[in-house]
Design a binder for this molecule. Structure first.
Ligand SMILES: O=C[C@H](O)COP(=O)(O)O
Length: 250
C-alpha cells in the first residue's frame, strides 16, 4: 500500500519570515492521517522550516543538491549540508533545472546517488516538452529519463524513490494533463521501473503527477490507481490552498 505524498515546490519564492509565517498557518492542518506532506523550499529558508517542523508530521525538502560532498563548486549545496540541517527530501531533475541549468540525465543520476548516500529521499522529475508530446514521444522521453535516473540503484533504493511525472507544458500554465492521460503515462513509468527491477519494486515506488495541480483537481488525480500524490508549484504557496491539497489527497 503506497502512502500518498503531497509535496509543495516553492521554487524561488518566500523569504525566511514568509516561510515561517506559512508554516505556522499550515501546522496541524496540512497534517492528515494517511497522507505524507512535504515542503520543498529555498535553501535559505530550510533551517527555520526544519526547526518549525519539529514535532509535526510535515517533512522539509530542498529543491536541488550537488552530487559531490564538498569541493570548489561555488554556489552549490551538498547532501552532507542538507542532511546536517535535518532535511529529508530533495527534488532532483526538475524540468526548470534541466532547461535553465543544463542538468542532463547523467547529472540527475549522480544527484540521485548523492541523495541516497546522505539519507535524503529523492523526488525525481521526468516529463516531456510540448513538442515531444505533439510528436507522440511522451513515453519514449519518460522511459529514457526514468532509466537514466535509476541507473545503478539497488532494488531497495529504487523502492524508496519518489518519481514526479510533470509534463512540461502543464507546469504553471493552468493546462493540466487529464487525469486519464496522467494515469496512462504514470502506469507506463511504473512498467519501466518493473522492467529495470521487478513488479514488487515498481509497485512500491510512489509516482506523483505535477503540472497545474490545484485544490479543485487534486482528488481527480488521486482517484487514479497509479497516481500517488502531486508535486505542486503555484498552488502550494498559499496556506489555505496547500491545506486543501493535502486534504484532497486522502
Ligand atoms: O514542481 C512543481 C511543478 O513544476 C508544477 O508547478 P505548478 O503546480 O505551478 O504547475
Amino acid at each position: 500500500m503506497r502512502k500518498p505524498i503531497i509535496a509543495g515546490n516553492w521554487k524561488m519564492f518566500k523569504t525566511v519570515s514568509e516561510a515561517t509565517a506559512f508554516f505556522a498557518d499550515v501546522k496541524g492542518k496540512a497534517e492528515v492521517d494517511g497522507v505524507e506532506t512535504v515542503i520543498c523550499a529555498p535553501f535559505t529558508t530550510l533551517p527555520a522550516l526544519v526547526e518549525a517542523a519539529k514535532g509535526t508530521t510535515i517533512s522539509i525538502g530542498a529543491q536541488n543538491v550537488h552530487f559531490e560532498d564538498n569541493g570548489a563548486y561555488t554556489g552549490e549545496i551538498s547532501g552532507v549540508m542538507l542532511k546536517d540541517l535535518g532535511v529529508n527530501y530533495v527534488i532532483i531533475g526538475h524540468s526548470e533545472r534541466r532547461a535553465y541549468f543544463a542538468e542532463s540525465d547523467a547529472i540527475v543520476n549522480k544527484k540521485v546517488h548523492a541523495a541516497f548516500k546522505h539519507g535524503l529521499t529523492p523526488i525525481v522529475c521526468v516529463g516531456e516538452k510540448l513538442e515531444e508530446r505533439e510528436a507522440e514521444q511522451t513515453k519514449d522521453v519518460c522511459k529514457v529519463q526514468t532509466e537514466a535516473a535509476f541507473q545503478g540503484l539497488s532494488a531497495e533504493q529504487a523502492a524508496e524513490v519518489v518519481v514526479a511525472y510533470e509534463p512540461i507544458w502543464a507546469i504553471g500554465t493552468g493546462k493540466s494533463s487529464t487525469s486519464a492521460d496522467a494515469e496512462d503515462v504514470i502506469a507506463f513509468i511504473r512498467d519501466v521501473i518493473a522492467g529495470l527491477y521487478d513488479a514488487a519494486t515498481a509497485n512500491a515506488v510512489r509516482i506523483q503527477y505535477g503540472g497545474s495541480v490545484k485544490p479543485n483537481n487534486v482528488s481527480e488525480y488521486m482517484g487514479q490507481s497509479n497516481i500517488d500524490g502531486a508535486l505542486v508549484g503555484g498552488a502550494s504557496l498559499e496556506p489555505a490552498s496547500f491545506i486543501q491539497l493535502v486534504e484532497g489527497a486522502k
